[in-house]
Write a protein that binds this ligand. Structure first.
Ligand SMILES: NC(=O)C1=CN([C@@H]2O[C@H](COP(=O)(O)OP(=O)(O)OC[C@H]3O[C@@H](n4cnc5c(N)ncnc54)[C@H](OP(=O)(O)O)[C@@H]3O)[C@@H](O)[C@H]2O)[C@@H](O)CC1
Ligand SMILES: [K+]
Length: 485
């Protein structure tokens, strides 16, 4: 699991540790790890051109000390000081002593084999300042290594107010920062490299599953399993107008680990024609038989008005998507107040805006603003509805009402295709029926769905059904990383 901590948590852990260690120890640990990564990225250190962009704080200090280490190994190092009068004095002295020099020539950025972005780290707020902004747009020949955080990215939220320096590699210290895992910040961070510096940290508020973590959560059948023990998922989706959403949600549900899929709704004939293994009724959820979780909403159309309250009244986990979310936004959070089983909401940003308006009153907030602050808004929505929220996007954010967040980066923009969300809903509902809690179900579903999207697309457009059909391959990929479970 990749775990990320907030700036406040890092500062507190740093203060505890610094009180016990000689001054400067942490910065030397950080600089040593940073220099080692830089050395690995260069074909050879001796003779390489390295440019340091050094801001006024300790982030600049890390970069200057790391560059001094490279200079001692023969690199030709220059430093641009963005606030010359406030540059980290000891770091600069170390660099100069090692043979580095100060430059004001921006052209060195283009000529460098490697650029160290030490403009600003976890102390940065409000985006890149004017003196640093040109570097975000300059052409580059070498790699850019961000020190702790790509400068211009908000370390806690991933927001990018203005421009930021796009990194090929981000070397972060002690722990990942949420802004490195959540878009838009994540898209500036490149490959993430963690350097341990000995911080003792509290439980992480933000985490990303790796394959092995997902593998450990996958519901696998045992020798005693029958379809009921593996869980039965109900799908209440589709309508005469949108039968395809039912087919796609069932396609996802069949690949989610539940032992059986029951379908209730007017698309029963289409569903069973496509998937003879589905147990279907053309009636409502009450006629479907017993299930351990429901998926409601994809393509439901106006029928959702009766459907949603009926499904929400069931004492099992419920996933609400698409038309179900529009109806929930109309009803507001009170519609969930009587529920004791978990509820998982799976909005995209537009649906999120309507749900927030349904909870907070007023007009739906602007989608652009919501997309820029995904962690904060997913948490806000989860708290308002006291439900788990899976916010779809280039990085999917799954948030619990208590603020815990999982982020999924496995997706691809090819997944932005009609019906892909219906597959995800079926999949996540199936995982809940198989026994996963809503946070795990949402995170594992997003992980598998993203991988399946990559397999299905492989550089070309993929249709939603292709994504569903690639899910077994995604399971195998994840399980092969999960040490033979
Ligand atoms: N935590 C740890 O355990 C360890 C932390 N370490 C390192 O320290 C880093 C944090 O250092 P930090 O606290 O000095 O903050 P930092 O990010 O360098 O910025 C500071 C100054 O920048 C300025 N400034 C603000 N916003 C700005 C902007 N948008 N654009 C430009 N400038 C901006 C502002 O100064 P001002 O100009 O306003 O006076 C502010 O005071 C951390 O990321 C890691 O690299 C490691 O050494 C080892 C252990
Ligand atoms: K930085």
């Amino acid at each position: 699991m990749r775990r990320a901590h907030t700036v406040e948590q890092v500062r507190s852990a740093e203060a505890d540790l610094m009180a016990r260690l000689p001054e400067g120890t942490l910065m030397q640990r950080a600089a040593a790890g940073l220099a080692a990564t830089c050395a690995r990225l260069l074909p050879r250190v001796y003779g390489s051109r390295v440019l340091v962009l050094a801001g006024s704080g300790d982030n600049g200090g890390d970069a200057l000390y790391a560059a001094a280490r490279l200079a001692r190994r023969g690199a030709r190092v220059s430093a641009v000081l963005l606030s010359p009068e406030k540059a980290h004095a000891a770091g600069l002295a170390a660099l100069l002593a090692a043979g580095g020099r100060v430059t004001a020539d921006q052209g060195e950025f283009e000529r460098a084999d490697l650029v160290l972005d030490g403009i600003v780290g976890i102390g940065g707020r409000g985006g890149l300042r004017p003196e640093a902004q040109p570097f975000a747009a300059l052409p580059r020949r070498g790699r850019v290594v961000a020190v702790d955080v790509p400068s211009g990215v908000d370390p806690d939220t991933g927001e990018v107010p203005g421009v930021a320096l796009r990194a090929d590699v981000t070397v972060c210290f002690g722990t990942y920062k949420p802004g490195l895992l959540i878009d838009p910040g994540a898209s500036y961070a490149g490959v993430l490299q963690l350097v341990g510096i000995g911080l003792e940290l509290p439980p992480a508020p933000v985490a990303v599953l790796q394959h092995a973590d997902a593998a450990a959560l996958l519901p696998l059948p045992g020798a005693e399993s029958d379809k009921y023990r593996r869980g039965v998922v109900g799908v209440a989706a589709g309508s005469a107008r949108y039968p395809g959403a039912a087919v796609l949600a069932v396609a996802g549900a069949l690949r989610g680990g539940a032992g059986a899929v029951r379908y209730a709704g007017t698309a029963a004939a289409e569903v069973v024609r496509r998937f003879p293994e589905a147990l279907v009724t053309a009636g409502g959820p009450a006629e479907a038989g017993r299930v351990q979780a429901w998926v409601v909403g994809p393509g439901s159309g106006e029928g959702v008005r009766e459907l949603l309250p009926e499904v929400l009244a069931a004492d099992v986990p419920v996933l609400v998507d698409a038309d179900g979310l529009a109806e929930l936004a109309r009803l507001g959070p009170d519609a969930l107040a009587g529920r004791s089983a978990p509820t998982l909401l799976t909005p995209h940003t537009g649906e999120e805006a309507r749900l927030l308006a349904g909870a907070e009153g007023g007009a739906p907030p602007a989608a652009d603003g919501l997309a820029a602050a995904r962690r904060a808004t997913a948490r806000r929505l989860a708290a308002a509805y006291r439900a788990t929220v899976l916010l779809k996007g280039s990085t999917t954010v799954v948030a619990e009402p208590d603020g815990t967040v999982r982020v999924n980066p496995t997706g691809t923009s090819w997944l932005a295709t009609a019906g892909s969300g219906d597959v995800l809903s079926g999949l996540a509902g199936s995982l809940m029926a198989a026994g996963l809690g809503p946070l795990d179900a949402g995170a594992v579903a997003a992980h598998l769905h993203g991988l399946a999207g990559r397999t299905a697309a492989a550089g070309a457009p993929a249709a939603a059904l292709d994504v569903a059909e690639a899910l077994p391959e995604a399971w195998r990929t994840v399980r092969s990383a999960g040490a033979g479970r």
